[in-house]
Design a protein around this ligand. Structure first.
Ligand SMILES: Nc1cc(-c2ccc3ccn(Cc4ccccn4)c3c2)[nH]n1
Length: 234
């Protein structure tokens, strides 16, 4: 998978050189290219924003640099990319979105800042690729970079070969629509707190049943909305 990230804070993504995704990049599983939007400006101040038509607080990102950046990236692409813009007004990003993204050949992430990007950019981007406006959740960030980092990690780790043991992906929260069961390791007693005896029993059937019950109990307590989704599927 190829990932292009366009941002006015390219250094923000230096962290993608480390850990799992860093290994995936060096092994060629992931081809991540970070671009500074200001490289597509032509004035002395490398201007990327201006005042909003219609008035209002804050600034809006100018369309011209985005148009030139997306043209150059899409022109260089082997296939029609999916172009993802984080936005508070987007569809919520879920594990299903991460799974969908992990199967794509080429994703271009556009990180907005200020009060957002001129709306015409999203329309123009539709001539170059499949455009998705995506929200991390119902809260407002200062820009798209944190959202893109989360999406790159959530999707990147699902690419075959990125995570050492693929079995570990199956029993995670949200993979089966439920929250994950609690985990324990040695010592069996720690500060007078014991590991649940069933986990020490060696009875794999009893362990599996206990873990499933824990998933359902936790989901009911912490995320009842997920249970109604499950019931809807039943
Ligand atoms: N789930 C999300 C996504 C975002 C997000 C994504 C991109 C941008 C570009 C600018 N801002 C700041 C901003 C503030 C006020 C209204 C609009 N935008 C962003 C925020 N916030 N929360």
């Amino acid at each position: 998978m190829r990932i292009d990230i366009v941002t006015i804070f390219p250094d923000f993504f230096d962290v993608l050189e480390v850990s799992l995704l860093g290994k995936a990049r060096s092994s060629g599983l992931l081809d991540v290219r970070v671009h500074d939007l200001r490289d597509w400006t032509h004035d002395r101040h490398r201007t990327v924003d201006d005042t909003p038509y219609g008035g209002g607080a804050g600034m809006v990102m100018k369309p011209e640099p985005w148009g030139e950046a997306l043209d150059e990236i899409a022109r260089d692409a082997a296939s029609r990319p999916t172009i993802v813009f984080p936005s508070p007004a987007g569809a919520v990003f879920t594990q299903a979105t991460a799974r969908e993204f992990s199967g794509l050949e080429h994703i271009v992430f556009g990180c907005g800042r200020y009060e957002g990007i001129d709306e015409r950019v999203f329309d123009y981007a539709g001539t170059l690729g499949d455009v998705r406006l995506v929200s991390l959740g119902d809260y407002v960030l200062n820009g798209g970079e944190v959202a893109v980092m989360a999406m790159v990690e959530a999707a990147g780790r699902l690419i075959p070969g990125v995570v050492g043991n693929p079995d570990s992906l199956v029993e995670e929260s949200h993979e089966d629509g439920l929250l994950e069961y609690p985990s324990f390791t040695k010592p069996s007693v720690w500060r007078e707190r014991e590991v649940p005896p069933v986990l020490l029993s060696g009875n794999h059937g009893a362990v599996a049943a206990w873990r499933r019950e824990q998933q359902i109990e936790r989901t009911r307590a912490r995320r009842p909305d997920l249970l109604s989704d499950q019931e809807g599927r039943a």
